[in-house]
Design a protein around this ligand. Sequence first.
Ligand SMILES: [Zn+2]
Length: 745
Amino acid sequence: MPTGSGKSLCYQLPALMFDGATVVVSPLIALMKDQVDALRARDLPATFINSSVDEKEQWSRIDALRRGEFKLVYVAPERFRSSRFLEALKSISVSLFAVDEAHCISTWGHDFRPDYLRLKHVVQALNDDGSGTQTIALTATATPYVRSDIIQQLGLNKPETFVSGFDRPNLTIDVVHTEKEREKIARIKRLAKTNDGSGIVYAATRKAVEQVALQLQGQGLSVTAYHAGMGDAARVKAQEDFMTGRTQMIVATNAFGMGIDKPDIRFVAHYQMPGSIESYYQEIGRAGRDGLPSSCVLLFNYADKNTHDFFIEGSYPNADQVRDVYRVLLSTGLKQIELSAGEIAKRAGIRNEMAVQSTLYLLERAGHIHRLANAKNFEETVAKPPWATHTGTAFTGTAGVSPAAATRDSARQKPGRAPRAILMLDNVRPDKLRVTPGDVERRAALERRKLREMIEFCYTEHCYRAAILDYFGDRHHARNCGSCGNCSTHSVARTALADGEMLDEPQASGRSRKGSAILSSLPRALDDNENLRVRKILACASRMKGRFGKNVLAATLRGSAAKHVMQAHLNALSTYGLLKDMRQDEIVVFIDALCAAGCLSISSGDYPTVSITELGERVMGEQERVPLLLTQDGLAKDREEPLLPATALQTYTLFRNGHSVADIARQRELVTNTIEGHLVECIASGLPVDLTKLVSDSNRTQIENAIAKHGTEKLKPIREALPESITYNMIRFVVERQRLLKTAK
Ligand SMILES: [Zn+2]
């Protein structure tokens, strides 16, 4: 039964009617207190037992249960690790044992929690005395396969199964295939304009959340951002602003939404697809809780699959990676090793640093190593792979998201952590490790299958609603819903964007102007000198084994003595300094063009790295030549050029919130000239900027007079015609505004 359709009522009502107590097992520790408070407000005597309650209080609550003072008790699953706790529970008269979020018991589910596996014994123990305790298992997301697994894992005997309420007829579901970021932004803008109410925009990573929020703010929309990497205060504020309607939209990772009960959310947009249909349906399920029509639009771009691949790869290391990491640890010859995951990744030749983190966890679990707690980062006790046991209050509620997605926004991403020292517990041959990667591989395969199903859903030409209901095994539905994007002939979400809606190519900065001019140019054949450069770049990329980003590749090629180049010993490569005669930006142009031509590939994620492709190797070996899109002035088109640089948008947001230029400069630790430069870009791109806050009326009149005389072609004559007190930037503000008005006419 989906969230919001009355699942808790299924055990709360019986709890009132039964003689004994009702025990509810729930992993949502963060929500327990609120749930209990809500029940008490309705005169239902309830309590909870989890790690946030000290031991003395736990026992006093159990005593109160024994005396029949509570009808209902919420319990965290890890409490059952203690046999004393189970014994105590047996001394209580339990009428109903309710397992909430029951899909957590299935290793095939998307949110497996090993503590749930103990529940079978609890069910048995409670029935040992023939007291006939009833068991009910509830879940919002289980597929038919997971459902049968729940029955088996809990040892239920011929239970009744109810599947209902999966359909949410007031939600219109649509998938729009998009190629460009600016189209996605424009479509969200349309959603916000056509839906008069709140909306959630889900993005796949923290970085994406921040970028998308800024771009939408830059479009004059009322937006706040939310992800697990923000400080507590900022997160609470973002949530409150959204809940109270102070901001229309919240751009968030999947960390946002658990326990959010805002009935009037009118739209949910997915800036990137989620990792599974379960996650997708849970996330769009937050729209329209009040039963009124609401829109759900998934902005699909096949390339977004890379983000998921990256996280799956990082969460589930393969046997080779496990051995390689262990070999690196052995090779130090030390008992106690102080290496960061990044350093281990480099030495092991593993591109995905996350895979190293996951491997260290596996090695620790198998007893080969022990990681010392570091006073600086206690938080790291939760820095485990997603399939690891969640303990105590560390769990903040990610039920319903895929493990890979959960990792994407968990505490392990905390920046600036000191590495934890690694203690070697033994010294075995790497091929004799006690790590059995079978389970990990099985989980990875499952994640990949779920992702494939998600992608297939995006490509289906049949009813989206029917596809989802089939997926969940809810058979009571029509073949065509008549309202989703595939059933309805006039989907608002996917009709072409009108001229006025499609966001323009950025015109503001010199960089962008050149960028758009290049749109029309084509790849061309290279001369011998250029081909030689290409081969040098590819050779260097090949030697760097896909472990570094494009800027480090360029820096190595031009022989940079920068610290990060030297520390990684890149100066020892035979290709170091091969392109001494070129500038960094010139080399990057070639690298970008080689990526566009498919000779190099860039990994996704926060630290994209460059590696050579098979085509690249053929070009390197002179077996093939490729035409490249290089620009005469040395600037290549950035394929995903943001509408405006994020830094300019940050300035813009502060400016619109009433901060002065000096203020913003101080806050952002930048010089005022930079801040003013950002505002010039914003004006040029058509963002509403209040000029009166930047140039006084009398100065503006003088500048406009000078422009009338000298035109806007060159700034110098204007500057010279004006008094000293008028700065270049003041002139730029007025000039850009005038240019804009002119083009608007
Ligand atoms: Zn339909």
